[in-house]
Design a protein around this ligand. Structure first.
Ligand SMILES: [Zn+2]
Ligand SMILES: [Zn+2]
Length: 354
């Protein structure tokens, strides 16, 4: 099989030919139909997260080993099954749930495998979908996506379930009644706008420093789109929220975006941080009780949440996420375009024949 691998951090991916694996035991082999190019792939490719103050977390210290085939937003067609793989047949088309844990610890038994201390995430800790084939350890991680087009279904595995998991943490009641700030109107932000609509939320105030992305957010149905770098950004945001901002999801996660959200929140408000841009914030500790603030992180979502999301989206594609399908051979240009901020919406790699 052909795969595009990180062999040295930040260097172009290399195309390698290896023997296509034969599934053993409960394993299932998929032919990749679509592999989303996610912003977090840029961090994996770089090999570190910026944690502020000039400090970094190196992913190789966190168990990432090279060479690595990236790609964690995958949809594929079953082409071979191990002798013990039940409930799945050749020809089935499935989303591959990427956030697999060890499967046996207390967190995994609670069905929060994305938080397992011994993760087996696709495209991070084991080979992902920047490839023509993908080996899954067990059919339980395969989610039927019905009639959703493959390129629309693939991003549900990360950008979809990540925004859905973050929005859910704000509470259905708040979503229904209040305008929510969504920081970042890239692929993840537009996905968030669409999912919020599918969740019957009141709507979102999109923040992005890029005017084209604010324009895309308005076209996707945002209530307002505001430049977070504007000197009066805080006043504009609170006004757009109707005088009090209750809820924000920060898909960027920089020092300035987290600080801006904290400054805007009303008493009892909540901020969910999802983005891994990096940085640090200083919050006077009395603010937490005096303003009854909730400051919470959210990391991807669970297998159960992916199934809920697929049911929520139904058989219709999310209408407001522009998709660009590119051949697998353009993996390097797709990453370069994403890094340079040239992408509106989402890019998906896939074979010419689907
Ligand atoms: Zn991702
Ligand atoms: Zn576990």
């Amino acid at each position: 099989m052909r795969s595009f691998q990180v062999r040295t951090c930040s260097e172009p991916l290399q195309c390698v030919e290896t023997t296509t694996p034969q599934p053993q035991g409960t394993e299932v082999l998929l032919r990749v139909l679509a592999a989303g190019v996610c912003h977090s792939d840029l961090h994996i490719w770089d090999g570190f997260y910026d944690i502020g103050g000039g400090k970094r977390i190196n992913l190789t210290d966190r168990g990432v080993t090279l060479p690595l085939t990236m790609g964690h937003e995958n949809v594929g067609e079953v082409v071979a099954v191990g002798p013990d793989a039940e409930g799945v047949r050749i020809g089935d088309r499935r989303i591959a749930f990427p956030w697999m844990g060890c499967g046996t610890c207390a967190v995994c038994r609670r069905e929060e495998e994305q938080l397992c201390p011994s993760p087996r995430f696709l495209g991070v800790f084991r080979a992902g979908g920047y490839s023509d084939h993908l080996l899954m350890p067990h059919p339980r991680y395969l989610v039927d996506y019905g009639d959703i087009p493959a390129e629309q279904a693939a991003p549900l595995a990360c950008s979809g379930v990540t925004t859905y998991g973050a929005l859910k943490k704000l509470g259905w009641d708040i979503l229904e009644r209040e305008a929510v700030v969504i920081v970042g109107a890239g692929g993840l932000g537009l996905m968030g706008l669409s999912i919020l609509k599918a969740m019957k939320g009141r709507g979102a105030i999109a923040l992005d420093i890029d005017a084209r992305k604010r324009e895309a957010a308005m076209q996707a149905g945002a209530l307002a789109a505001i430049d977070p770098a504007a000197p009066d950004a805080q006043r504009q945001i609170v006004a757009a929220a109707g005088g009090a901002l209750w809820a924000a999801v920060d898909l960027v996660g920089s020092s300035s975006t987290v600080q801006l959200c904290v400054n805007c929140l009303t008493k009892g408000g909540a901020l969910i941080v999802v983005g891994l841009y990096g940085g640090e914030v200083t919050i006077p500790t009395p603010f937490l009780p005096l303003r009854a603030l909730t400051l919470r992180g959210s990391y991807t979502g669970s297998l159960g949440e992916l199934k809920e999301l697929v049911a929520l989206v139904g058989n219709s594609p999310l209408p407001y996420v522009p998709m660009r399908v590119r051949p697998l051979d353009e993996a390097n240009s797709a990453l370069a375009d994403l890094k340079a901020g040239r992408v509106i919406g989402r890019q998906v790699l896939g074979p010419a024949e689907r």
